[in-house]
Design a protein around this ligand. Sequence first.
Ligand code: ADP
Length: 202
Amino acid sequence: MNKGFTVWFTGLSGAGKTTISHLLEKKLKEWGRNVEILDGDVTRTNLCQGLGFSKHDRDTNIQRIAFVCKLLTRNGVAVISTAISPHREARDKARKEIGNFVEVYVKCPLEVCAERDVKGLYKKAMKGDIQGFVGISDPYEEPLNPELVVETNSETVEESTKKIIKKLIELNYLNPKGSFTHVYSPEEEAKIRERLSRLGYI
Ligand code: ADP
């Protein structure tokens, strides 16, 4: 069985967690991995439905997501979580619960996130129409010792994703020397190896 792991993104709304998660998913599938994304917005509408945005509810939100990440991780899945997860303590608890935990701080200055305003939420929060918005009226606690920081204000999505893949190799969660033959035909495998080699992974 493949070694499971959870890439745990944390960062402000609009920092780029969802965008990077989609490219990362595509890349991990090319490595022959089964991938699950726990998208923070999606889990809010099912697994975590009914929870609000108080500190207690935010931490319960993270606890539930971490529980599912744990189940998947121990079964060899490559898991990606994209919840904002603003509280350090809640992230540290998730780290303990999951074990194979790769914390990636998706870093982007608040003013850039507010300017991107992907969902129009910053405008509302700055007008006072949303209470307790992370970065505006609720705290965001930066990670002190994440496995990786990606800076989406100065890196492309491709660059950030490549950094994450390299980190996963370094941490032994992806093995470039492993065989892909259980997933791909020999022809496909040769093509993948050629591309990985061109990109400098192997
Ligand atoms: P989050 O999931 O963190 O709330 P999103 O991924 O939904 O953020 O939104 C990030 C926005 O920033 C998208 O519109 C994306 O196209 C844009 N963006 C610009 N540069 C980058 C980058 N280097 N990495 C990720 N997103 C970027």
